[in-house]
Design a protein around this ligand. Structure first.
Ligand code: SIN
Length: 293
């Protein structure tokens, strides 16, 4: 195996992986990267200088890539970046945006959760970043689940959220319904999957009851102790597990340039709750939580 160092970040999730150029890692090193990604939810590789085709080749090691859903001629992509690459950027050229999401705050969400099978992973490669602002925040949804009071946890299996078409990077979707508690298909641990706060409702509940439950779950989830902040540097590649995280982006100065390229790994199975969900062990990155064995 090539040299690899895994440096878990302080806080709720995240690890920096030092392995040289990601496009050169051998299969055994990639298996270690994948294990670290499952263990830490979000992994960061610094100083990666690579073309889009090298970036997509690396992404494909996690699984087949989704085609970018917004066409090059609209926004969010350009012909030479390849059909899987989205541009996330506030930059305009000839009066047209070269990418999506602008420079404002991006609210908490899980990518494309309104699809029947949401992406397994999202990877971003930073080409240009502002000197301040534009940090991406990642929420550990295993931790958000495990820290719920037991009586709330007991009421969640069986409940589903309908995720309607959302604006920004959630993309256009089918408005699929998914369980609120999803048992991760690889780790076997439970995560809270809320999607985004906007345009969602709990199936089978009145509007008021649904809003009350979703607001309570979001209020619980959005706590700094469940969140890890990534401060970008040019050359960063960040890969997150979309099945057990939510993310948000902080605003930055609209006059500065921020250009990231994004690819997404196709999901393989619709989210589901295991029949024995209430008895599943907590994910290792949850750490000791009072009352959780
Ligand atoms: C996103 O929500 O996918 C964008 C993240 C970012 O711009 O850092």
């Amino acid at each position: 195996m090539g040299r690899i160092e895994i440096l878990p970040q302080q806080g709720a999730c995240g690890a920096e992986i030092r392995c040289g150029s990601v496009q050169e890692v051998d299969d055994e090193t990639f298996r270690a990267i994948r294990r670290a990604w499952l263990e830490h939810l979000v992994v960061v590789f610094r100083d990666q200088r690579m073309t889009d085709s090298e970036f997509t080749a690396f992404g494909r090691r996690f699984g087949p890539l989704k085609l970018a859903s917004i066409g090059p001629s609209v926004e969010g992509g350009a012909a030479d970046e390849g059909p899987e690459v989205h541009v996330v950027s506030n930059v305009t050229e000839n009066g047209l945006p070269i990418g999506i999401l602008g420079s404002g705050d991006v609210a908490w969400h899980t990518d494309m959760v309104s699809f029947l099978v949401p992406p397994t992973a999202t990877l971003l490669h930073a080409l240009e970043v502002p000197s301040t602002g534009g940090d991406t925040l990642f929420m550990n949804m295993y931790l958000a689940y495990e820290t719920l009071p037991d009586d709330v946890k007991r009421g969640l299996p069986g409940l589903t959220i309908q995720h309607e078409v959302a604006s920004h990077s959630s993309g256009a979707g089918t408005g699929a319904s998914h369980p609120i508690v999803c048992t991760h298909p690889e780790t076997g641990c439970n995560a809270l999957v809320l999607g985004s706060r906007q345009n969602t409702s709990v199936d089978g509940l009145s509007r008021e009851a649904s809003d009350e439950l979703l607001s309570a779950l979001w209020t619980h989830a959005v706590q700094w102790r469940f969140i890890w902040r990534h401060r970008w540097r040019p050359g960063d590649v960040v890969a997150w597990d979309n099945r057990c995280t939510a993310h948000a982006r902080q605003a930055f100065d609209a006059g500065s340039r921020r250009v990231l390229h994004r690819i997404q790994v196709q999901g393989s199975v619709p989210p589901r709750t295991a029949p024995d969900a209430l008895h599943r062990p907590a994910h290792p990155r949850v750490g000791p939580v009072p009352g959780v064995s």
